[in-house]
Design a protein around this ligand. Structure first.
Ligand SMILES: O=c1ccn([C@@H]2O[C@H](COP(=O)(O)OP(=O)(O)O[C@H]3O[C@H](CO)[C@@H](O)[C@H](O)[C@H]3O)[C@@H](O)[C@H]2O)c(=O)[nH]1
Length: 481
């Protein structure tokens, strides 16, 4: 059969924060740009990943690469970044074999930031190679810039704690900087700087942002007098790619509860796929929610300093399941006001529910986009990775979030401040302004994705054009040979 459609192979690193946006990109390539798509995922035993991949995705060929044992290659205390980097490196031989085994050779390989070493595989098979930054442009800017600066400049930022000036972009305060830079003796630092060097080697850099969200940073990345000399490759903002509401039949009990709550009256509290708090912080958060007298849905995880088995409570268990770090009687007193959900909740469906009016979030970029695309204002509670930078974008640039005076990662945020922030976004005059801005952004994101000339739609169309040209070129070469 003559292959007329371009064929893209996408590779996602483990973790819902990467898997979800790469899967959304697969869907858009198939639905709007006529691609044939193969989606490579690295096997994990995480139930969230398994249930995500169990859903039917028409015209996406999902191939699971075998789980690699990296236990002999890393320190048991290695960071998530190091683990992911090593895991993706060790996966390369099976990726190569899997590509070789495909009936039609892919035209392009698209990887997330942990997959840049797979560019060598793409080159071997004459494929175009792209990197998809599943976060924003400012995060990409610091990631590619730091490996190019000299030791003195780096010292000023990391040791003397001065802001890092990035040509043409907003400076990054030391307090907000990427965790990966903080310990030069850690493998994370080395892996992260390598990634920053490899990303610009792509034929194009896709980002989960859009022109109107980050015009200054995107401008700097295209300007050869500014950061363009480091980025080198064209940048393609293709977002906001956020998971849409799924069918969820039968309707989940959280959603049923939300059905009975007033419009925009509930604050949703969640810290992404892996975030947890200390037990002291967890107790303050519980008090803050209770004192605010606002309705809530809280996804509760074990605290980081309390790893006792069963440190979760289940609504069905009543008081039996109350973990020690929650204030005594909290569940009873808030029974009418809130739901505490153990471990995992259907986040997109919750954020899209009309009863939800606020989101206390760790500011992972997917959570951020899911909030914006549903018009929900945020309380920014960054924990790790690039989340402090995301929180700064949300509060200082976009004005769609409030955050504690001192970062939650620096000290315990006390109940009075939590109460005040929750009230602010849920019922106060300032909160109405924030809600208005987040709704404006929601519309701006919809416009960017529109197939009637939206900027993100056009960006992805350009990638499609490049792939089509490459396909024609390869065919012509094969026929001439
Ligand atoms: O109970 C839950 C918790 C999470 N999610 C989903 O899981 C994803 C989580 O992604 P994200 O909000 O980005 O958080 P992380 O999993 O922490 O994401 C990692 O990857 C992101 C994208 O690169 C980075 O921005 C983060 O800092 C990094 O920690 C989102 O789609 C959520 O909707 C649920 O559905 N239910």
């Amino acid at each position: 059969m003559q292959n007329t459609k371009p064929h893209a192979a996408l590779l996602a690193s483990p973790g819902m924060g990467h898997l979800i946006p790469v899967l959304e990109l697969c869907k858009r390539l198939v639905t709007y740009h006529g691609f044939h798509v193969t989606f490579f995922v690295v096997a994990t035993d995480a139930s969230t990943t398994q249930s995500l991949l169990k859903e039917p995705y028409p015209n996406i060929n999902i191939i699971t690469l075998p789980l690699v044992d990296i236990s002999g290659l890393i320190d048991p205390a290695a960071t998530v970044v190091t683990k992911l980097a090593v895991m993706m490196r060790e996966t390369l031989p099976s990726l190569r074999s899997a590509i070789l085994a495909l009936k039609s050779p892919p035209t392009a390989l698209i990887v997330d930031l942990f997959g840049t070493e797979a560019f060598a595989v793409a080159e071997e098979f004459n494929m175009l190679k792209y990197v998809f930054d599943t976060s924003n442009a400012w995060f990409f800017a610091i990631t590619i810039y730091v490996p190019t600066i000299d030791r003195n400049l780096e010292d000023r930022h990391i040791i003397q704690k001065q802001p890092l000036r990035i040509p043409g972009c907003k400076s990054v305060r030391f307090e907000d900087t990427l965790q990966a830079y903080l310990d030069r003796n850690d493998q994370t630092y080395i892996e992260y700087k390598r990634i920053g060097i490899e990303m610009p080697m792509a034929d194009g850099i896709l980002m989960n942002t859009w022109e109107d969200l980050e015009p200054t940073t995107l401008g700097a990345l295209r300007d050869f007098q500014m950061l363009g000399r480091v980025a080198q490759s064209p940048v393609y903002p293709i977002g906001p790619l956020a998971r849409p509401v799924g069918p969820l039949i039968p309707r989940n009990q959280v959603l049923k509860w939300l059905d009975n709550q007033p419009y925009e009256s509930v604050i949703y509290v969640s810290f992404g796929s892996g975030g947890t708090l200390s037990s002291e912080q967890m107790a303050e958060l519980a008090w803050g929610l209770e004192l605010s007298k606002q309705r809530f849905v809280w996804v509760v995880r074990p605290s980081i300093d309390n790893d006792a088995d069963g440190a979760f409570f289940n609504l069905d268990d009543g008081s039996e399941g109350i973990p020690s770090f929650l204030p005594e009687g909290f569940l009873d007193r808030t029974r009418e006001m809130g739901l505490a959900v153990p471990m995992w909740a259907p986040q997109v469906e919750i954020l899209a529910h009309p009863s939800v009016g606020g989101f206390l979030s760790h500011c992972g970029w997917n959570s951020t986009l899911e909030s914006i695309t549903n018009g929900v204002p945020l309380i920014a509670w960054p924990l790790y990775a690039e989340q402090k930078m995301n929180a700064t974008i949300l509060t200082e640039e976009l004005g769609v979030a409030v955050q504690p005076k001192t970062l939650a990662s620096e000290r315990v945020v006390v109940r009075a401040e939590i109460e005040m922030m929750v009230r602010k976004i849920m019922e106060d005059e300032e909160g109405f302004g924030i809600r208005k801005r987040v709704n404006e952004l929601k519309h701006s994101g919809e416009k960017a994705l529109s197939s009637k000339g939206g900027s993100s739609y056009n960006s992805l169309s350009q990638i499609a054009k490049q792939c089509e040209l490459s396909l024609h070129f390869q065919k012509a070469k094969a026929q001439g040979a």
